[in-house]
Write a protein that binds this ligand. Sequence first.
Ligand code: S3P
Length: 176
Amino acid sequence: MSGDGPARHLVLVGLMGAGKSTVGRRCAKRLDRPFVDTDELVEQLAGVSVAECFTLLGEAGFRELEQQAVADACASPEPLVIACGGGAVLDGSNRRRLHDAGFVVWLQAPPEVLAERVGGGEDRPLLAGGSTPITTLERLAVIREAAYEAAADAVVDTAGRSIDDVAHAVLAEYRP
Ligand code: S3P
């Protein structure tokens, strides 16, 4: 804890396959605090899976629920570890909220490493189109780099590292 107020949330951002949920759970365990995943919050709000949400409401509908999920998580008086869906930081109001209420760590890896981790990407609607996951991830990496950079208080490279190692590096960066 630092300063006068409660500890800031630890927030993980980055592309699909960066390890936000896996590493986030590990960090939450180490910090002995709750873990929340904005995709899971969206699923609770929508009552359907992320994939079904895209089908039923379109990406725009999903993003509206994601905005609500980010706001709900940030508003928690108890410090959390928050894993954000890969596209959450594209929205300026999400970035501001996360930055104000949390310490944001950008988990990075090259697209080929991300592609290996996501496999066929069956449960990720943005990877379900005509292109291969690696092509889509390469494209998203370019389009989103500025948003991740704007959101991040710190950057951690995850390529070739174990979950434990990455969690350790994230916690070393974290300024509550
Ligand atoms: C998305 C990433 C997904 C999920 C949705 C859209 C994105 O979350 O929010 O499929 O825009 O990058 P993960 O990053 O946890 O896979």
